[in-house]
Design a protein around this ligand. Sequence first.
Ligand code: GLC
Ligand code: MG
Length: 535
Amino acid sequence: MDQDNRDWWRRGIFYQVYPRSFQDSDGDGVGDLKGIIKRLPYLTRLGVDAVWLSPIFPSPMADFGYDISDYTGIDPSFGTMEDFDALIAAAHDSGLKLILDLVPNHTSDQHPWFIEAKSSRDNPKRDWYIWRDPAPDGGPPNNWLSEFGGSAWAYDEASGQYYYHAFLAQQPDLNWRNREVRDAIYDVMRFWLRKGVDGFRVDVIWHLIKDAEFRDNPTNPHYRADRPPHEKLLTQYSTDQLEVHTVITEMRGVTEEFDNRVLIGEIYLPLHRLVAYYGNDLRGAQMPFNFALLSTLWSARAVEMIIADYEKALPPGAWPNWVLGNHDRPRVASRVGPAQAPVAAMLLLTLRGTPTLYYGDEIGMRQVAIAPDQVRDPFEKNVPDIGVGRDGCRTPMQWSAERHAGFSTAPPWLPLAQDFASDNVASLEAERASILNLYKALIALRRRLPQLVHGSYEPVAAHGDVLLYRRRNTEGVAVIALNFGAVAASVSSSAIGFSNEVLLSTLMDRQGEKVEGVLDLRANEGVILGPHQDD
Ligand code: GLC
Ligand code: MG
C-alpha cells in the first residue's frame, strides 16, 4: 500500500491544464481556479491521476504567468488563495494529485526582488540577478541571445550595467550561483508542499546555471533562416552546465522533506544529454520530460528509432515518460493530422513510461489560426511570421456547442476553434467511437493491464508504416500494432504470436475479435492485442 503510494507517479497519467484556457467561472473570458474545480469530475471521468497547472501566481502576464511577481500568491485573474485551498482539497477528494509549475530560472521584472536589485549596484539583492558591465564598445557583455528574439542582455541606464534574460526583458534571470536565491526558492517550494501539492514541473530547469565566465556561445552551423533567430547560436555556455545537477539534487532533497512528491523537469535537449537530468544515482528529477515525440517526423520507423534510442539511453532504474503536446508546441492533431491523432493517443498510452496529456488533445483539438490582431504570445510578437506563435495551441477548451463553447459567458481571451460546435466534450462523449471515448478506453485499459504500466518494452520487427511492439511482465503480455499509414496494412501471426484477441482498436469496433492468422489493420488504425481468453 505504502509502496503503491510512493509509486503513484510511475503508474499515474498526468494531464496538463493551461489555466487561462480551461474553464472561466467569473465571466471575464479568462479561465480560473473555480473553473478548474467545476471540471474536476470531467478529469476523473477521463481517468487521469494527476493535474499539472501552468503558473497561477501573481504576474504582469508578459509571458502569461511565466513572469512571476509573487511566488506564494495567486493571481487575481485566477482567484484567491481560498480558491486554491478549495481546489487542492477538491482534487485530493477526487483522488487527483495536483502539480504546480515552479519557475525558478527567472522572475518578473516587477518582482520586489528585481525592483530592489535594480535600485542600486550595492543593494543586497543585486547579486540575486545576473549583472555585467557593458563590453568595451558599450554593447552587451557577450553574444548570448534571448529565446524570444534579440540580445539576452538588457541595459539598465541608471546603474550602467546589463542584466541577463534568457526570455523576455521582463523576465530577468535569477543568479542560481547565489546561495540566498536557492534558499528563497526552496522556501517557495516548501510553502506549496506544505499546502499539499504533490510535486512540481520545473520550468526551463536546464537553464538555471550559466557559464561562470560568460563566454560567447558558438555559432550553429545548421541554422536555417526559417528558424527563430536565437538558434543562430548553440547554447553551449548559457544552458546545461554541469553545476545545474547540484541544484536539482538540492531541489529533489526539498521535495523529499515531504512524502510521495514528484519533481518533473522541463528540458529540451538531445536524448543523451536529457537523461543526465535523472542525476547521479537518480538523485535528480524523477521525470525529466521527454519531448522527443513533439518534434519527430511522424512515421513508424522514425518513432520506433526514438523509442529505441530513449530506452537505450535511460540510466538503470530511471523511469521513462512521454509527452505528445504542451502549451509551447503545435497541437498533436495538427502535427500528425486528425486521422493519425488516435494512433498517437494509442502510442502515448501504451509506451513504457508515464504519459502526460495536454488539455484538449483528448478531444482532438487542433491548432487554431490566429489573426494578426488576435496575437497575444510575446514570442510571436517579437519574432513574427515564421510560425513560432503559441496562441494556437492555447485556445479555450471546447466543452459544448453552447456560446463560447461552454468555456465562458464572455468572449474568450483567445479565439475558439471554428469547429467547436461539433468537436467538443459534450458531443464527443455522446459519440461512441470518438477520440475522447478512445482516450477513456485507453486509460481504462492501461489501468486494467499491469503490463502496460510495468511491463518491458519489446520492439517487434515490422515493415512499412506499421509500428509493432510488445509490453510484457509476469502478469501478461500485450501486443500493440500501429498503422502510421493511410492505406491498409497487415502483420503476420509469426510476429504477433498466435491466438490473440483485439482488446482495443482506435476505431473502437473490434473488441473481442479473434486474431488467429494475419492481423489486418485498416488505414490509420492501431490495435492492442492480448492473449485470447478461452471460455
Ligand atoms: C518554458 C515555458 C514557456 C515559457 C518559458 C519561459 O519554456 O513552458 O511557456 O515561455 O519557459 O518561462
Ligand atoms: Mg475568469
